[in-house]
Design a protein around this ligand. Structure first.
Ligand SMILES: Nc1nc2c(ncn2[C@@H]2O[C@H](COP(=O)(O)OP(=O)(O)OP(=O)(O)O)[C@@H](O)[C@H]2O)c(=O)[nH]1
Length: 211
């Protein structure tokens, strides 16, 4: 069984605290795009929010469960921990909620690459990895996260038996590597969707829950 988790619990400081997962691209919210893509490649999808109040924002996702962090305020790795505790799959794909163009073929490639390893992590070079667009063996994630008090994504990735998947291999499926498109602020949003400039004033202002 293959699982997927989407992390939504960040503060989105660079986007002024806006709910990035409700930004839209090509007529669909980021979260809806992500869920539709993940449905093609995973048997189970879990959204991981920072707290139960934030989970209420995702009631429209039907059979997709939303769960809150167990260890709070740790950043993405806290979301990974709660997600790994919740999913049933032997392997789990992890996505950040600000990646609206994730390619199902790339996710499949990562699941296949992870077999016999603890993780399959895209790598641009030796120092630049994509740990929030990666597949992990659920038991390896939990083993690490339960054993370590002080948690760092980078240290975890380095300590796992990870298969690094070079972006050149990923280009065979996604030539422009759009799968890694990552929207941190409104300028990034406008760069993928020029109409976002007009929508800017409609997006929720600072003080809303971030992503
Ligand atoms: N569940 C959960 N998800 C988180 C947490 N912190 C960050 N995330 C998510 O992890 C992904 C990467 O987050 P970051 O890039 O560190 O932070 P961000 O909130 O997106 O943006 P900035 O505040 O501008 O850095 C995003 O999908 C976040 O929503 C957390 O404490 N819990």
């Amino acid at each position: 069984m293959r699982s997927a988790i989407v992390l939504v619990g960040g503060a989105a400081r660079r986007a002024g605290g806006r709910e990035k997962y409700f930004f839209t691209f090509r007529g669909k919210t980021f979260i809806d795009r992500l869920i539709d893509t993940l449905r093609e490649v995973a048997d189970e999808i879990v959204v991981v929010a920072r707290d139960p109040g934030q989970c209420e924002r995702f009631g429209h996702l039907g059979d997709v469960r939303c769960i809150p962090d167990v260890r709070r305020d740790l950043g993405p790795i806290g979301g990974l921990h709660a997600g790994a505790l919740a999913v049933h799959g032997e392997y789990v794909f992890v996505a950040a909620c600000d990646m609206p163009c994730i390619h199902p073929g790339v996710v499949r490639l990562l699941f296949d690459a992870a077999a016999e390893y603890d993780a399959a992590i895209p790598s641009w070079n030796a120092d630049m990895l994509e740990p929030l667009h990666a597949v992990y063996r659920t038991s390896a994630l939990l083993g690490y996260l339960e054993e370590h008090e002080s948690l760092s994504l980078r240290s975890m990735v380095r300590s796992l038996d990870s298969r690094y998947v070079c972006v050149e291999e990923i280009r065979t499926i996604d030539p422009d590597l759009l799968t890694f498109t990552n929207i941190n602020n409104l300028e990034d949003l406008e760069s993928i969707d020029p109409s976002a400039g007009r929508a800017r004033d409609d997006v929720r202002g600072p003080g809303q829950m971030g992503s």
